[in-house]
Ligand binder design. Structure first.
Ligand code: GLP
Length: 266
């Protein structure tokens, strides 16, 4: 795991966008795994800027989103489909036929989930997966207790997640209780993963996920087993890490002593 504690949300977002941009330059037909939530908004802004100002090309890219609320219409302003259109897809040249967001109105959820998994396989698997982290350690909507080998399926949200996400709805009662989500096992098959977290509210759970034991009670902790994860944090989210000084030192040393590695990280 490479842990990079940046100074600010802006720096974190810039770094994430640069890493995605490098991936697209290396492989224009990359398959990207995308996340919603407030955390990646800055990264998507940077990607839109890179597309508009520097011609970053998404025309051959395929995308798969992590999750979607059950029974929210794609046009609902809190659906993840709507979020992705507003924050990214409407502003870049991605081919709509290669954009995948779980369909919250699927009549047969189980069949839909199998199809979603098959589509990911057909696309060759995810090259680079972007993740945020929930207050209870979930990645996508893999709430505590989710099997570390789980696949795309229906999940019931925890009370904490419903409360956390209530800020986006008029009333807590409007927050859906169910979601379709990629599984932990699905996410772990991505070739490379970037986990993003910002703000003091994420400091405790980030410390648990990165420095605590690997447990299904904190889904994000399984990322410790993945061979190619970069954790990008702002200073607040990284503030409870016991080895924060070491991670900062590693980043600085790598930049100073091995200039050719900067390409990988910045
Ligand atoms: C939701 C999403 C997650 C996201 C999390 C954190 O629960 N399903 O993918 O990581 O929210 O949201 P935020 O970035 O707003 O803190």
């Amino acid at each position: 795991m490479e842990i990079i504690i940046t100074k600010s949300y802006e720096e974190m977002s810039q770094l994430a966008a640069q890493m995605i941009s490098r991936q697209l330059l290396k492989k224009p037909s990359s398959v990207l795994g995308l996340a919603t939530g407030s955390t990646p908004v800055g990264t998507y802004k940077q990607l839109v800027r890179l597309h508009k100002e520097e011609g970053l090309d998404f025309s051959k890219v395929t995308t798969f989103n992590l999750d979607e609320y059950l029974d929210l219409a794609p046009s609902h302003d809190q659906s993840y489909r709507y979020f992705m259109d507003q924050n990214l897809f409407n502003h870049i040249n991605v081919d709509a036929r290669r954009v995948h967001v779980p369909y919250g109105h699927a009549e047969n959820v189980e069949q839909f989930c199998e199809w979603y998994e098959a589509e990911m396989r057909r696309a060759g698997g995810i090259d680079l997966q972007i993740l945020g982290i929930g207050g209870d350690g979930h990645i996508a909507f893999n709430e505590p207790g989710s099997s570390l080998g789980s696949r795309t399926r229906l999940k019931t949200l925890t009370k904490q997640t419903i409360e956390d996400n209530a800020r986006f709805f008029k009333h807590e009662d409007e927050v859906p209780r169910f979601a379709i989500t990629m599984g932990v096992g699905t996410i772990m098959e991505a070739k490379e993963i970037i986990l993003l977290a910002n703000g003091a509210k994420k400091a405790d759970i980030i410390a648990e996920a990165i420095e605590g034991p690997i447990t299904a009670q904190v889904s994000a902790s399984v990322l410790q087993m993945h061979p190619h994860v970069t954790v990008l944090l702002d200073a607040e989210a990284g503030s409870k890490l016991k080895r924060a000084d070491y991670y900062r030192w590693v980043f600085e040393e790598k930049k100073r002593l091995i200039p050719r590695m900067i390409g990988k990280m910045t």
